[in-house]
Design a protein. Structure first.
Ligand code: NAI
Ligand code: UGA
Length: 435
């Protein structure tokens, strides 16, 4: 099939590459011409394990190309919308301006029978609005919604072997379902279940899934607060409740909380849409989830002050981790950077390091000192903070840092180190949710 993918960031670059890998002829279009040119040369503009090799391999087949030219959609019959839907600058809610611009640029090239498939995460009702827009413009193209559930750091595998495919389509639009089945034929043949729904349900599935994940993390972080108050250990609690298959152990890691380009903005946009529709309970629930989450960043700052005997002014703090999660260079709404900036505002001298996200951290905040190694970050430090659980940080031993730091103090913001081991080596060890 001839397919266009519009918007080639974290989602679109992976989606375009994987569809071409599956055998389709794909053009990826991005309004950022430099980004498109880099992808076309086999160089993704972000770090995602496995993407660069798959991209190089797939470009070589001649079935995949990237361009900044919106006219390149002409000739494709299926158009995936993968542009960003960030938070509005001044309030909770999704900024749909990129989506509307992308649709505006696509409209003149649409032919009757084309299928426009939304993958971006949007407020419920957006697909219907776009369908009305196509109809008003006299276009014979149909709209479907096919939300994406990939995780950064696992994006290629999640795209080729997703837990499920969800299709939303207009009433009685069996053709859209048939086209999507053809697009994903090899994925479906490998056993992926397909759930077909109306447009609104498909849109809601996506934000409900992210809201559930966010709620699960905030639940365990609320339990971490309880554990601290009661002198209990949240990591043991999570292991024990997670053994119940109805609960499950995943997404029960307490710590500095969730960040990234999706969970935070998605729960806020969903809350705002719920409030618009008068569903205040959903808005209220998600507001609490957000508040609990943001409170975790403050808790890490408090723990840092505690290990530094209350005095952050002039303290030298090493922050290990800048990305919002390991195996990604994405620093959007990164809890690690939020904590680093807050400590700096309180007078600490902070040095941040990260195996992949150092450049993005520097771009994000010119005020931060970002260094290239743990050694540089920890040199002379009064406290070390582990805030993104990259494997190399999880595997750190007390002896790796002991000769570098000024004081043996560590805050394990992700609950991934063995407290006994660090304490036995003379370190003050603190972590959220355990004494
Ligand atoms: N990043 C992720 O892991 C996932 C993201 N999503 C959703 O996918 C959407 C995209 O997210 P990301 O890829 O992370 O964002 P991103 O910001 O990395 O990429 C968006 C891309 O769209 C391009 N763009 C903006 N306006 C355009 C236009 N008019 N025409 C062509 N290109 C345009 C931008 O230049 C940028 O490269 C969002 O709605 C997000 O919530 C969904 C699942 C996973
Ligand atoms: O809509 C999206 O963009 C994506 O958002 C999340 O994926 P992602 O943001 O890549 O990362 P996650 O693995 O979900 O982690 C999100 C945040 O939660 C934090 N987290 C995760 C798990 C946990 O137990 N505790 C915890 O604090 C992570 O450190 C990270 O900051 C969802 O997991 C994807 O299914 C979804 O497609």
């Amino acid at each position: 099939m001839l397919i266009s993918v519009i918007g080639c960031g974290y989602l679109g670059a992976v989606h375009a590459t994987c569809l071409a890998h599956l055998g389709h002829t794909v053009v990826g279009i991005d309004s950022d011409r430099e980004l498109a040119a880099r992808l076309d040369a086999g160089r993704p503009s972000f770090y995602e394990p496995g993407l660069e090799s798959l991209l190089t391999e797939t470009l070589a087949t001649g079935r995949l190309r990237f361009t900044g030219d919106p006219a390149a959609v002409a000739g494709s019959s299926v158009h995936f919308l993968c542009v960003g839907t960030p938070q509005l600058p001044d309030r909770p809610g999704a900024d749909l301006s990129a989506l509307d611009a992308a649709v505006g640029a696509l409209l003149p090239y649409l032919r009757d029978g084309d299928l426009v498939v939304g993958k971006s995460t949007v407020p419920v009702g957006t697909a219907e609005r776009l369908a009305d827009r196509f109809a008003a413009a006299g276009s014979g193209a149909a709209v479907a919604w096919n939300p994406e559930f990939l995780r950064e750091g696992h994006a290629v595998a999640d795209t080729l072997r997703p837990d499920r495919l969800v299709y939303g389509s207009g009433t009685g639009d069996e053709r859209a379902v048939a086209i999507l089945n053809e697009v994903y034929a090899p994925v479906i043949a490998a056993g992926t279940p397909v759930i077909s729904a109306d447009l609104a349900t498909a849109e809601l599935v996506k934000v409900a899934a992210n809201s559930f994940l966010a709620t699960k993390i905030s639940f365990i972080n609320a339990m971490a607060e309880m554990c601290e108050a009661a002198g209990a250990d949240v990591t043991v609690l999570a292991d024990a409740i997670g053994r119940d298959v109805r609960i499950g152990r995943q997404f029960l890691n307490a710590g500095v909380g969730f960040g990234g380009g999706c969970l935070p903005k998605d729960i806020r946009a969903f809350g705002a849409r719920a409030a618009e529709l008068g569903v205040d309970r959903v808005a209220g629930l998600l507001d609490q989830v957000d508040r609990i989450n943001l409170g975790r960043r403050d808790r890490i700052v408090d723990l840092t002050a505690e290990v530094c005997a209350g005095d952050l002014v002039g303290a030298r703090i090493a922050v290990l981790g800048a990305s919002f999660k390991p195996d990604s260079d994405d620093v959007r709404d990164s809890p690690a950077l939020a904590v680093a900036l807050d400590l700096q505002r309180r007078g600490a001298h902070v040095r941040v390091t990260d195996p992949q996200a150092a450049d993005n951290a520097r771009k994000r905040s010119a005020d931060l000192t970002v260094v290239d190694s743990v050694t540089e970050a920890a040199d002379g430090a009064d406290a070390v903070l582990l805030l993104t659980e990259w494997r190399e940080y999880r595997e750190l031993r007390p002896a790796d840092l002991a000769g570098l730091v000024r004081h043996r103090r560590i805050v394990d913001g992700r609950n991934v180190l063995d407290p006994g081991r660090w304490r036995a080596s003379g370190w003050s060890y603190r972590a959220p949710g355990r004494l």
